[in-house]
Ligand binder design. Structure first.
Ligand SMILES: Cc1ncc(COP(=O)(O)O)c(C=O)c1O
Length: 516
């Protein structure tokens, strides 16, 4: 090895030298400044083939060191043009992943500290701030002071997870063990079985119920937990969108019980991914207690809107009926990715599955309000200081700012809904009330609708003007216009809708052929 050109030559030592850090960060900020100031005129999505990016990189790991300026240059020239731009004003696909200045700045601080909050004493600030902000989130959700979801209650609490999918998997595993413990409680023969034995009990008769409109991470979580899935067909409810009711689930449970199966849990949607439909939460009042099942509500996308005063009753209803619920800070709440909030009414339900210790860990103090060991609440041991990001976002915007942001998305969606309804060419396929608008060609001729969708898909695929994906409900294709991006303005929505109207007009007038 040529020592004179090794890392110690170029980078001096491995210290986080403040001057070098400053210069490096300012270099990155310069790149971001250029990127953000050109964002509107940049394609939303690269129009490239798989392998294009990889071909720009050496086949083997670099032997020689590089400086930050070189790396930023490669980022700017070889990577940025191949990034799908989720913060683009006309990114209408999936659900948004809104980020913000405090979220970005906090990531710099989090990465610079490199502090791993694997237990309270490993970073007291991380654990305590996480308790504080999870209780703040409950304030925003109108939770009563005495809510058992609060850390302050010392009964339940909230924890930040990477994603909703991970939260659902942890909950399903906890629900399985809970079912076995309940069964043991009710069986004299099983009374002396230890908690360790509960982890490997036969779960093949346990069933989890959810709508066929649930996000696929719901069924995936059931698979991870090793249980059966009973999907219930969603129907159009009185609110004009798709969801399931308690009586549908009860019927399914009755049938399963007759076949020797045992209901374990129900996962409900508050804002499905496909059409932002709500399951009929009201009909699930008392359900968990009556049926002796775990009831989880997935509010990954729609949860943030519950902070609006007009949705107070809905929020309280969700909290009343659920054993646990989750919503994402990463979709429509300005917190950026990897911030999924999971709340549980009884923390023991998680702890008795995930609590684990090693002789190499620091001794834990007796649990009080602000020192729960979050490693005992979920799968990972190492935890990023994500609470810092959430604290910065909540503090920077405040309740008022967050509400304004949500309202902006809803107002844009309302305007889009109006324009679609008034067009005569397009129609909504389900009633939505948040930032998602679901629509298709108004014509009953499905082949025409297919042509219309294909036209928009082709435009989207080019990545030049906007990004949107179609979906399917009741066998019919439709477009999911997901608003709520930080840079999206009404002119962006109008530009997109005008292109849709032109495509609809062309299809209706025979100007678009099947293979065009
Ligand atoms: C309702 C719902 N649940 C779960 C998920 C999965 O989210 P995550 O990517 O955080 O796992 C999504 C993603 O869009 C969603 O909309």
């Amino acid at each position: 090895m040529n020592r004179s050109s090794g890392p110690s030559e170029l980078h001096k030592n491995f210290h986080l030298d403040p001057q070098s850090l400053r210069a490096a960060v300012l270099g990155a900020v310069d790149v971001l400044e250029t990127h953000l100031s050109q964002l509107e005129n940049t394609p939303v999505k690269p129009h490239i083939d798989p392998g294009t990016v990889a071909a720009k990189f050496a086949e083997h790991a670099p032997d020689q060191p590089s400086d930050i300026a070189t790396l930023l240059n490669i980022f700017q020239n070889n990577l940025l043009p191949a990034v799908t731009l989720w913060q683009h004003p006309r990114f209408f696909a999936y659900y948004p992943a809104a980020t913000s200045i405090p979220a970005i700045v906090s990531e710099l601080l989090i990465a610079s500290l490199g502090s791993v909050g694997l237990q309270w004493s490993a970073n007291p600030a991380a654990t305590e701030l996480e308790c504080v902000i999870m209780d703040w989130l409950l304030d925003l959700l109108h939770a009563p002071k005495e809510s058992s979801f609060r850390h302050k209650s010392k009964q339940g609490g909230g924890i930040i997870q990477n994603t909703a999918g991970e939260a659902l998997a942890a909950i399903m595993v906890a629900a399985r063990v809970h079912s076995h413990l309940n069964a043991a409680d009710n069986s004299a023969a099983a009374k002396n079985i230890s908690i360790e034995d509960m982890y490997w009990q036969d779960s093949s008769s346990l069933v989890v119920y959810m709508s066929d409109q649930s996000h696929f991470s719901g069924p995936k979580a059931v698979r991870v937990a090793g249980m059966r899935l009973h999907k219930i067909p969603a129907q159009k409810l009185a609110d004009g969108n798709y969801g399931i009711t308690a009586s549908q689930v009860r019927q399914a449970m009755e049938k399963d019980r007759k076949n020797g199966l045992q209901p374990c849990a129900v996962q409900l949607n508050y804002g499905s991914t496909n059409t932002c439909g709500y399951d009929d939460l009201n009909s699930f009042r008392g359900f968990s207690e009556q049926e002796q099942v775990w009831l989880h509500v997935d509010a990954a996308y729609a949860g943030p809107a519950l902070i609006l005063p007009e949705f107070r009753e809905r929020s309280l209803l969700m909290q009343e009926i659920s054993t646990s619920f989750n919503f994402n800070g990463s979709k429509w709440f300005l917190c950026g990715v990897d911030s999924a909030f999971l709340f549980i009414k009884d923390r023991q339900l998680l702890k008795r599955v995930f609590a684990a210790d090693g002789d190499y860990m620091a001794r834990s103090d007796a649990e009080q309000i602000y020192n729960p060991e979050f490693k005992d609440w979920s799968i990972p041991l190492g935890r990023r200081f994500r609470a810092l990001r959430i604290w910065m976002v909540l503090s920077y915007f405040g309740r008022q700012g967050l509400q304004e942001f949500l309202r902006k998305g809803i107002e844009q969606a309302d305007a889009a809904r109006k324009k679609i309804d008034a067009s005569g060419l397009l129609k909504q396929i389900a009633k939505t009330d948040l930032g998602l608008v679901c629509f298709r060609l108004a014509s009953d001729d499905l082949s025409k609708n297919d042509l219309f969708i294909k036209r928009i898909e082709d435009l989207s695929d080019s990545g030049q003007k906007f990004l949107i994906y179609p979906s399917v409900i009741e066998g019919q294709k439709f477009l999911r216009l997901a608003l709520g991006g930080v840079h999206t303005e009404m002119k962006d929505v109008d530009l997109f809708l005008d292109l849709c109207l032109k495509a609809a007009h062309d299809v209706e007038n025979g100007l678009v052929q099947k293979d065009s």
